[in-house]
Write a protein that binds this ligand. Structure first.
Ligand code: CP
Length: 305
């Protein structure tokens, strides 16, 4: 694998190798000195043209745990504000000696363009409403570690599917690993077409609730217009939110995931968000291990020696 741009590019054996290595890196992160020399001498640059807490910091943490150097870029304080183009910007960063770029951008396809312009391995850290492939990977890792498998599990992805790069990456990653995925959303928050997506679709959360092993709640993306298509927050929570009452109807082993940042009281009630079966912080820790695995496969595995 040269770059990691979308979740559809990976077959099941490759995904399972990434997850197996992520499990090993998770063990590294639990050591008193959580560092291995695997990527010594390599430089990872994080180029985030949209806000991020989890993805950006966990890539930096992952790179440092592998002994790589890191460079980071903030658009607001860069020469983009003097009119420099995206192409000139990323070629400038490549010329400083970066070995791999992690790119988040509001435009669909921007990470692929950056890969073409620089010739460097690129990891898509989220492009518009298109893909967030390392999120799909860390979610699969979290489910596999919590429930022992992904194959055969019934996973609902609930909420603002239309604006969600997380949903698309999640559907393809989990389905490739053998999960049955069901999208749950009001019609107004479903994409125009999900033709070719390996999943079921329903508008009735309560109808499927008791069949689920995993409930994956999506953030309502107010910045992309997600809150304008339902009458009120109260109405959204009533029909699609993970309330305490819905949580009580889940099976005893069922778990709840959310990619963060959470809108408490919109897609998830605070009491559920803070329950031990809500794996939100476990997802964050697994995000570091999953990203270590991706960096290792792109820069450090024997084919790159
Ligand atoms: N889940 C996720 O992508 O979070 P950030 O926007 O904080 O990176």
């Amino acid at each position: 694998m040269k770059s990691f741009l979308d979740s559809e590019q990976l077959d099941r054996p490759t995904l399972e190798r990434l997850l197996d290595d992520a499990d090993r890196f998770r063990e590294v992160l639990e050591r008193p000195i959580a560092k291995v020399p695997t990527l010594r001498g390599k430089t990872v640059a994080t180029l985030f043209f949209e806000p991020s807490t989890r993805t950006r910091l966990s890539f930096e943490r992952a790179a440092k745990a592998l002994s790589a150097d890191t460079m980071s870029f903030s658009p607001g304080t860069s020469s983009l504000s003097k009119g420099e183009s995206l192409k000139d910007t990323v070629q400038t960063i490549a010329a400083m000696g970066a070995d791999l770029l992690v790119v988040r951008h509001r435009s669909v396809g921007a990470p692929a363009r950056v890969a073409a312009w620089t010739g460097l391995p690129v990891v898509n850290g989220g492009d518009g409403a298109h893909q967030h492939p390392t999120q799909g990977l860390l979610d699969a890792l979290t489910i596999r570690r919590a429930l022992g498998r992904v194959e055969g599990l019934r996973v609902a992805i609930v909420g603002d599917i239309a604006h969600s790069r997380v949903a698309r990456s999640g559907v393809f990653t989990l389905a490739t690993l053998g999960a049955q995925v069901v999208l749950v959303a009001p019609r107004t928050l479903l994409p125009v077409s999900v033709e070719g997506w390996p999943c079921e679709v329903t508008t009735d959360f309560d109808e499927v609730l008791e069949t689920l092993d995993v409930v994956y709640l999506l953030r309502v993306q107010t910045e992309r217009g997600g809150a304008t298509v339902f009458p009120s927050v109260r109405e959204y929570l009533r029909r699609y939110g993970m309330t305490r009452q819905r949580f009580a109807r889940l099976g005893p082993d069922a778990v709840v995931l959310h990619p963060g940042p959470m809108n408490r009281g919109v897609e998830i009630e605070a009491a559920v968000a803070d329950d031990p079966r809500a794996l939100v912080l476990e997802q964050v820790t697994n995000g570091v291990a999953a990203r270590m695995s991706v960096l290792y496969h792109l820069l450090g595995s024997p084919e790159h020696a």
